[in-house]
Design a protein around this ligand. Structure first.
Ligand SMILES: *[C@@H]1O[C@H](CO)[C@@H](O)[C@H](O)[C@H]1NC(C)=O
Ligand SMILES: *[C@@H]1O[C@H](CO)[C@@H](O)[C@H](O)[C@H]1NC(C)=O
Ligand SMILES: *[C@@H]1O[C@H](CO)[C@@H](O)[C@H](O)[C@H]1NC(C)=O
Ligand SMILES: *[C@@H]1O[C@H](CO)[C@@H](O)[C@H](O)[C@H]1NC(C)=O
Ligand SMILES: *[C@@H]1O[C@H](CO)[C@@H](O)[C@H](O)[C@H]1NC(C)=O
Ligand SMILES: *[C@@H]1O[C@H](CO)[C@@H](O)[C@H](O)[C@H]1NC(C)=O
Length: 399
């Protein structure tokens, strides 16, 4: 019953009009600050009148161009780009160590930590990169004997240091990107409508002078990612080209343009010596007429490029506009002192602040002798009891 009685009540706050210049000016200044905050930050800067979409549908097509020289061979795109489909992630091989004509069989392995003198040294029946140890000790060359393995033979020797294909610095990457914001049914691509064929054949992207050219020189991408091309070509690494579409759809469509940023993604392999750079092995398989298979093993080093697309579009909408307008008016309308007391709502500080505030009011009252204040001051001067309303969060004095 007591609970019901408490529940079905109506609470209201007493208004106090304080005719004081000081408080009045403080009040107006606070209101002005609140208004400035809402107009300047919430509405103009944060565009609180818009609804947003940050999920973006996107497709990326890439095409690498350029010709390079590598150990007396001239290599074209089909030789050095893998996978060849032209997707958003591709690998440009700048250096590889080939091991040609590998057959299934047994041979002395080339990892030098497995040197041996007699068969007993190779007793470990364990797996070994490149094959399975057979337990025999064999002559590797005139000076060394190593354990024999069964697998693809001859074993790879990857300690050689070939010269990378330096021409890769001048290779170009053409990127075609289409995006869609499904919520607003807005579509666009990174090929500017004014681009013509003659221009696109000769341009290269530059963040300031050639923003609309979709062709990127690999050396530039490495440079803008603050990396050293020599080091990347030697050891390999992963770079990202990030395309950001931040669009205000209340403006004209021409102003919705991609923004490109470049960075290195595998910073971990840059900073430690345990696993440096990026490399992988793959093989090309062939067959003799008699059906015997053989292969060429390649250990490839190079630069992987990840093209990533993100975006966010905003457009005017009535609902967030109304909500934020109401929030603005409420904040300005509510007694600014209450906002201040709410800000100072930290344990004892609040009480102290209120004491100062009411002391101020009382003093002002005695000077002004305002009739309106008479009642509340009486309660203040007498046994003042504070009660914080649970519903509205406002403050009332006495009963
Ligand atoms: C044998 O191989 C080792 C390791 O590759 C090399 O250091 C050494 O010079 C070679 N010896 C001869 C005689 O080729
Ligand atoms: C890249 O192209 C420029 C100009 O065409 C040329 O001067 C430079 O030598 C080339 N770099 C390499 C590594 O081939
Ligand atoms: C192609 O575009 C470039 C620059 O946008 C311009 O200078 C050139 O005249 C155009 N060429 C043709 C054939 O439209
Ligand atoms: C990695 O190796 C280089 C040269 O070999 C050396 O200068 C550097 O201090 C090493 N870094 C770490 C983290 O060991
Ligand atoms: C198949 O032919 C290759 C080269 O002609 C030869 O080395 C190999 O021993 C042959 N394999 C068989 C099973 O005859
Ligand atoms: C304030 O209220 C009291 C009683 O409620 C009254 O006696 C007094 O005259 C009032 N003062 C003024 C300035 O109105």
């Amino acid at each position: 019953m007591g609970f019901l009685q408490n529940f079905f009540t109506y609470e209201t706050t007493k208004s106090v009009v304080v005719k004081s210049w000081t408080i009045g000016i403080i009040n107006r200044i606070i209101q002005l600050l609140i208004l400035t905050y809402f107009i300047g930050w919430v509405f103009i800067h944060e565009k609180a009148y818009q609804v947003y979409e940050s999920s973006i549908d996107s497709s990326v097509m890439t095409k690498v161009k350029g010709v390079g020289q590598y150990s007396n061979h001239v290599l074209d795109v089909a030789d050095y780009v893998t996978p060849p489909q032209g997707g958003s992630i591709f690998f440009i091989i700048t250096k590889f160590i080939p091991t040609e004509n590998q057959h299934q069989g047994s041979c002395p392995e080339s990892e030098h930590k497995q040197w041996c003198n007699v068969d007993e040294d190779c007793a470990c029946v364990c797996f070994f990169p490149g094959g399975i140890l057979t337990g025999k000790c064999r002559k590797f060359n005139a000076t060394f004997r190593t354990c024999e393995i069964q697998g693809w033979c001859p074993a790879e020797i990857d300690t050689v240091k070939p010269v990378p294909m330096w021409e890769a610095e001048n290779f170009t990457i053409f990127i075609k990107n289409s995006i869609r914001f499904p919520r607003f049914n807005f579509e666009k691509g990174n090929l500017h409508p004014n681009l013509n064929e003659t221009y696109i054949k000769s341009c290269t992207f530059h963040p300031i002078s050639e923003q609309y050219c979709p062709i990127f020189r690999l050396g530039d991408v490495v440079h803008w990612a603050r990396q050293d091309f020599t080091e990347l070509a030697e050891w390999g690494g992963v770079l990202s080209i990030k395309i950001s579409w931040i669009c205000d759809l209340d403006r004209s469509e021409d102003q919705c343009n991609p923004d490109y940023t470049f960075s290195r993604l595998d910073t971990i392999s840059e900073k430690n010596n345990v696993s440096k750079g990026y490399n992988f092995r793959y093989a090309k398989y062939y067959k003799y007429d008699n059906g015997t298979e053989y292969r060429t093993l390649l250990k490839a080093f190079g630069i992987r490029v990840d093209v990533m697309v993100n975006g966010k579009a905003g457009k005017f909408n009535m609902i967030p506009t109304l909500i934020n307008l109401v929030a603005t008016f409420t904040s300005v309308g509510v007694g600014s002192f209450e906002i201040l007391t709410d800000i100072f709502w930290v344990g004892k500080k609040r009480e102290l602040f209120q004491f100062v505030l009411f002391f101020f009011q009382v003093t002002e009252f005695h000077i002004m002798r305002s009739i309106t204040l008479n009642q509340s001051v009486q309660t203040l001067a007498g046994k003042s009891e504070e009660k914080r309303s649970t519903d509205s969060g406002t403050f009332s004095i006495g009963h």
